[in-house]
Write a protein that binds this ligand. Structure first.
Ligand SMILES: [Zn+2]
Length: 206
């Protein structure tokens, strides 16, 4: 699957999150170029279901080494967000970049938590690098305020709305072992999971 569509902003079906497939090139450039890619785990890998633990001072070196590799893997996929459990690391870290063009704006969020969420909800189409090719409408708070630490350990706050709000909530879910299909009806979830299993099986045969 090469370049997906790069749609202009529309009110509906803005395929989002992990598998945003925004980048036309999919080629990692700039600061992440030398980093080694990490394999992205697919459903039903049990590591996607584990709750990640907070990053402590003793984890600082590991996280500093991990972040560029996660970004490179995300760009290469291509996707717009990637959480550490998706590469088999049980730490509360995720990376994202919502830029649509080649200008990179990578973000690394360590120990993120939602401290406020709007009562207003919004429905967007989501996808996930751990469930390739599967998309569904998910309803979540339209705006959230996030607290996190950056790679240097500095405390940061982020007010997110629109695609950014959807993306941070999707990635935060990963840190709790939750996938976007868990937020669908059982019927819809089972349909997507069956379709995924079938496609992965067909892919393995090729
Ligand atoms: Zn995901």
């Amino acid at each position: 699957m090469a370049a997906d569509t790069t749609t202009a902003d529309t009110t509906t079906a803005d395929a989002t999150t992990d598998a945003g497939a925004r980048s036309a090139s999919g080629v990692a450039t700039g600061i992440v170029a030398p980093a080694e890619l990490l394999p992205i785990l697919l459903v039903p890998d049990p590591r996607l279901r584990a709750r990640a633990r907070p990053v402590g001072p003793a984890d600082a070196d590991e996280v500093r080494a991990l972040a560029p590799r996660m970004l490179a893997s995300m760009y290469a996929a291509p996707g717009i967000g990637l959480a550490a459990p998706q590469v088999g690391v049980g730490l509360r870290v995720f990376v994202m970049d919502l830029q649509k063009d080649d200008a990179k704006a990578p973000m690394v969020l360590v120990n993120p938590e939602i401290v406020a969420a709007s009562a207003e909800l919004v429905t967007r189409e989501e996808g996930c690098l751990s469930l390739p090719g599967q998309y569904a409408d998910v309803t979540r708070p339209a705006r959230v305020r996030l607290r996190y630490q950056d790679l240097a350990g500095a405390r940061c706050e982020l007010d997110a709305e629109g695609l950014l709000a959807t993306c941070v909530q999707h990635e935060l879910d990963h840190l709790d072992g939750v996938l976007f299909v868990d937020r669908l009806s059982a019927l819809k979830r089972n349909m997507l999971l069956r379709k995924l299993a079938k496609e992965l099986k067909a892919r393995a045969r090729d």
